[in-house]
Design a protein around this ligand. Structure first.
Ligand SMILES: *Cc1c(COP(=O)(O)O)cnc(C)c1O
Length: 233
């Protein structure tokens, strides 16, 4: 299957999931997760009309970035963990940082954005499971983090993001997606810009859409399997 054909199929599946959930198709964005795949794959997806991309590593995307200069409508989000010492580079390369999980990182990104004269949308990554391998802030610490971000002039918290424990069965992820939506709903009165939910991957995006996802992050179903397990994250 070509990337173009995969994209067409995934878009159709997203449409079906939206219809089943009684939601307008326009309420869910499809993010193509191009981590580990060569820049040629991004270019192919762009040629097929894809505009929103997710990448996991700053260094990896820095290597691809120069080859994307003709993709003037491309929108790139960082969806992997970010160390504060890479925050300047990340603020420069990406349109949005979707994995903010500490005050320190938010402050670094805010200064970097100020230096660049740029306004940066961010998502807060929330850790809802107890797996060591997962990143993100705990639900208990979320209100304090949002309050600390509110006065930062160059950042806007637009939503919450989470990665549930991996499972064959998409239904396993449902309580995590629902919990994230409840956290957003609880914070929206104080933080009206916090409207979005980045949830759902290749195996569970239909469930995520039923639970309010506004952005599904799809890698494998568009670009194919990634080569080795240590390249997954
Ligand atoms: C790799 C990755 C995805 C895409 O996963 P697939 O199962 O390949 O669709 C989505 N979100 C994050 C944070 C990822 O690291």
């Amino acid at each position: 299957m070509t990337i173009e054909a995969n994209l067409a199929r995934v878009r159709e599946d997203v449409t079906v999931a939206c219809r089943r959930a009684n939601r307008p198709e326009s309420s869910v964005s499809l993010m193509a997760v191009s981590k580990v795949h060569p820049v040629e794959s991004l270019l192919e997806a762009y040629a097929a009309g894809q505009r929103l991309f997710g990448e996991n590593r700053v260094q990896e995307f820095a290597g691809k970035f120069p080859s994307l200069s003709a993709c003037t409508e491309g929108e790139y989000h960082l969806i992997g963990p970010l160390q504060s010492n890479k925050s300047s580079k990340a603020a420069e390369l990406f349109h949005s940082i979707d994995t903010v999980d500490s005050v320190k990182l938010a402050q670094r990104l805010d200064s970097a954005a100020a230096t660049l004269g740029k306004k940066l949308p961010i998502y807060i990554e929330v850790k809802l499971s107890h797996e060591d391998s997962k990143h993100g802030i705990s639900p208990e610490e979320l209100p304090a983090l949002l309050n600390a971000i509110a006065p930062l002039e160059n950042l806007t918290a637009v939503g919450l993001m989470t990665v549930p424990p991996w499972s064959e069965d998409a239904e396993t992820a449902r309580p995590y997606f629902r919990h994230l939506r409840e956290l957003r709903d609880a914070q929206q009165r104080l933080h009206p810009t916090l409207t979005r939910l980045s949830t759902g991957m290749s195996n569970d995006f239909a469930v995520a859409i039923e639970e309010g996802s506004t952005c599904v992050r799809i890698g494998t179903a568009i670009f194919g399997r990634r080569i080795s397990p240590d390249q997954q994250a």
